[in-house]
Design a protein around this ligand. Structure first.
Ligand code: ATP
Length: 414
């Protein structure tokens, strides 16, 4: 638990567990030349589960610590439940925090660890008992109460850390990579438990991870950070189906989106280093800074009689499907094929896209609209009308954003 309050205080039942909105406006934190968090503006709706996601060093933990009050902002404001907490100490913010390390006291029993923060805040004994009973019931840890942390498994220690957050009965819970010390199976189990817990209690959760599977499977809202800034935020399905940048496309998904250089030909855009077939209408490369990057999800490539010619480099059988890696011109493409796909290494296959290629600017990585108008200006026939007319998906229905409607894969997350 965060901080201590010296005065005795009977915290009432009514304080507890109604989520509060968190709002960051133009929040920055720098140490000298290190700009850990830059002008981050973000709203976490009351009672929702928001995940701060991103690679190591992108500023996730600093963001969380700023909300907790464990760091001070260099600019911007933070509100919790409509109250400006920017300069309040941690204990006055109404947040509980669960750390990666669990931060349990080795010499205290499970019960004493769970109640430590309440004792420090001089919460009355009857109220402590009520909260402990509730946490024990929610977490199913009654048999563990007398044990010391050294006598617990990693998953049990994690539950005790969750217990401390539950008894705090704060409207906001902040979690910093709480599952990274657990093995893969236990992580999956704890993901479900934490989500069920958050839904049951109704508190507002802000959760830091670098694991996009955790983010996709738990979050109402994913905030993907890069170099201290928000790259894209939205529901998991939006980041998956409509990545705003090449970085998002390459970060979200297991495996992530295939990204490959495109080359303009009179017939349309082909994968660089190949003779086609064209995957898109010819684009105005000058408008794209002279180069373009295409994107296709692995599940949107199938092996067919005709399509993009490639050489099989590797096949990874995963049980339900096989990830086939193929060399295509200057690119390596991954295709997710159902079941056990038998394609010997070195064999030639044709890959056929089943969804439109997504277009990114090679310079700034931003998603670009697919300009069907280029076709009308004489840039060549529509790909769907070429001799490889069964290769390229039809783009004629595309809107000006380049988004052709919901990605079928995204429905899995809806
Ligand atoms: P990770 O997933 O590895 O924990 P992160 O995304 O949580 O990374 P932060 O821990 O927030 O990243 O760090 C962001 C940047 O700020 C990093 O470059 C880090 O070195 C720097 N940083 C963090 N804390 C401090 C500090 N107290 N003093 C100086 N630089 C810091």
């Amino acid at each position: 638990m965060l901080g201590r309050q010296p005065a005795e205080r009977a915290e009432s039942r009514n304080d507890a567990t109604t989520g509060a909105e968190i709002r960051l406006q133009g929040v920055s934190r720098a140490w000298g030349d290190t700009h850990a968090v830059c002008e981050v503006s973000l709203t976490v709706p009351a009672g929702s589960f928001t995940v701060l996601l991103g690679p190591s060093g992108c500023g996730k933990t600093t963001c969380l610590r700023l909300v907790a009050g464990l760091e001070t902002v260099t600019a911007g404001t933070i509100e919790i439940g409509g109250r400006d907490v920017t300069h309040l100490p941690p204990a006055a913010r109404g947040v509980a925090m669960v750390f990666q390390s669990y931060a349990l006291f080795p010499h205290l029993s499970v019960a004493e660890n769970i109640l430590f923060g309440l004792r420090a805040r001089r919460v009355l004994a009857a109220e402590r008992k009520r909260r402990l009973d509730r946490a024990v019931e929610i977490l199913g840890i009654a048999p563990l109460l007398g044990r010391r942390p050294a006598q617990l498994s990693g998953g049990q220690q994690q539950r005790v850390a969750l217990g401390r957050a539950i008894v705090a009965e704060t409207p906001v819970c902040l979690m910093d990579e709480p599952l990274s010390n657990l093995d893969a199976q236990l992580r999956a189990e704890m993901r479900r438990e934490i989500l069920a817990l958050q839904r049951r209690i109704g508190l507002t959760m802000l959760y830091v991870t670098h694991d996009q599977t955790e983010a996709m499977s738990m979050a109402d809202q994913v905030v993907l950070m890069r170099a201290g800034r928000i790259e894209q935020q939205g529901p998991p399905a939006t980041l998956y189906a409509d990545p705003a940048t090449r970085f998002v496309a390459g970060f979200i998904g297991t495996p992530p989106m295939n990204l490959f250089p495109l080359q303009r030909t009179p017939r349309g855009m082909v994968i660089a280093g190949t003779d086609g077939p064209p995957l898109l209408p010819a684009q105005d490369l000058a408008a794209l800074g002279g180069e373009a990057i295409g994107g296709l999800r692995p599940e949107h490539l199938v092996v067919a009689d005709r399509g993009i010619p490639g050489t099989v480099q590797h096949a990874e059988y995963l049980g339900a499907d096989t990830i086939l890696s193929c060399r295509v011109g200057a690119a390596d493409l991954l295709a997710r094929l159902p079941g056990r796909a038998m394609h010997p290494i070195g064999s030639r296959v044709h890959l056929r896209p089943t969804a439109p290629v997504v277009l990114f600017d090679a310079d700034d990585g931003a998603r670009r609209a697919i300009h069907a108008a280029d076709r009308a200006r004489g840039a060549g026939p529509a790909p769907a009308a070429t001799d490889q007319d069964d290769t390229a998906p039809d783009h004629t229905g595309s809107d000006d954003t380049g988004s052709e409607g919901p990605d079928p894969a995204a429905k899995a997350f809806a």
